[in-house]
Design a protein around this ligand. Structure first.
Ligand SMILES: Nc1ncnc2c1ncn2[C@@H]1O[C@H](COP(=O)(O)OP(=O)(O)OP(=O)(O)O)[C@@H](O)[C@H]1O
Ligand SMILES: [Mg+2]
Length: 336
């Protein structure tokens, strides 16, 4: 494993209380694999990857858990050393990793000279190589970020992240604002980079069809917790947590029988006041009393983890989850 995240807890302090944005999340990134971190808006994906990078917001802090990179535990001090050289990060908005007042080339050269101790000549040569690697013409190094299209900006941000040849790349929603054709180009490029550079990758997305297209492993987050994880094919073919079953119905590419898209009713809980037991229970069409009272339900088989308390009945629930009527139940709960 190149990265192990164990029972990570991240708190944000605010005037009106503490938000535990990540609450006991555990997952691993096997060497040379692409892991998709997926879940609805606000479930803690960005917080988790920023915590791994040691670049949390001012009011954020690690309240518990361990992060182990290549066998060594990392804390805030060590991540500074690992930053860019070993672990690199492409932030959620590529625009925020690029400075509007400098050319893109100047920014990449800056990373290479300041952090990588390269001389300017080597840095310029390397910048051209990096642009070539991500499919950009090196002439564009002289352009400012606003002269780039969204897809090109995303490529430039990835080139910058790869400047010091990291072994782990964390990419936060790299294709979200792009049209499907450009999405596919960027995802294909990421796969190509992963193979050529033997990278390991965490790809953050809210779109489970992006995970299906690119990732080897998937980690599904809900309300700050990991509720299901495992090999992509296995998890998407046989999801065992109702939230994953619902996510699969809510996105287009994976539908086998050309059914309509079925949204999951309701919305995730307020993290300052999370419900007891399973956090998905208020929206779950299969909720039982034990879901909100009984003990935690983590079960693991062949690398496939599910936190559903009704895991023993997963095969049956999965069949019912294919019926859109099942999800009307969940929206009526959410409304009541
Ligand atoms: N600096 C902050 N201060 C207080 N709360 C925060 C801060 N940053 C994030 N949060 C809260 O933490 C939770 C998780 O946010 P996070 O950005 O990690 O979610 P996300 O899964 O990346 O969402 P999205 O898909 O919208 O990017 C949310 O409830 C959010 O409101
Ligand atoms: Mg985010």
């Amino acid at each position: 494993m190149i990265l192990e995240v164990d029972k990570l807890q991240i708190d944000y302090q605010a005037k009106d209380g503490v938000t535990r944005a990540v609450d006991g999340a555990s997952f691993v990134v096997p060497e040379g694999r692409i892991v998709g971190l997926v879940g609805e808006s606000g479930c803690g994906k960005t917080t988790a990857v920023r915590a791994i990078m040691g670049v949390l917001a001012e009011n954020g802090r690690r309240a518990g858990g361990r992060i182990v990179f290549k066998g060594q535990e990392v804390d805030a001090a060590t991540t500074k050393r690992l930053l860019w050289r070993d672990i690199a990060y492409v932030p959620q908005s590529a625009m925020s990793s690029l400075d509007p007042v400098y050319t893109v080339g100047a920014q990449i050269v800056e990373v290479l000279t300041k952090r990588g101790n390269a001389n300017r000549r080597d840095a310029r040569k390397r910048a051209a190589e990096l642009f070539d690697l991500v499919g950009l013409n090196e002439r564009r190094l002289a352009d400012y970020p606003h002269q780039f299209s969204g897809g090109m900006r995303q490529r430039a941000a990835i080139a910058m992240a790869l400047a010091l040849s990291p072994s782990l790349l964390l990419a936060d929603e790299p294709v979200t604002a792009l049209d499907v054709i450009v999405q596919r180009q960027i995802l294909d490029m990421l796969r190509d980079l992963q193979e050529r550079l033997h990278l390991s990758m965490v790809l953050v997305t809210h779109d489970i069809s992006v995970v299906a297209y690119l990732c080897d492993e998937v980690v599904v987050m809900y309300a700050g917790q990991v509720i299901e994880s495992g090999p992509v094919r296995e998890v998407l073919a046989r999801p065992r947590h109702p939230y994953t079953m619902g996510l699969r119905n809510a996105f287009p590419d994976l539908m086998t029988d050309a059914m309509e898209l079925v949204p999951i009713g309701g919305s995730p809980p307020d993290l300052r006041d999370a419900p007891p037991g399973c956090r998905f229970a208020p929206r779950c069409p299969f909720v039982l009393e034990t879901c909100t009272t009984g003990a935690d339900g983590h079960s693991l088989a062949n690398g496939h983890m599910s936190a559903c308390r009704r895991d023993g009945e997963a095969d049956l629930l999965r069949k019912e989850a294919l019926d859109p009527v099942t999800w009307q139940r969940s929206s009526s709960f959410a409304a009541s």
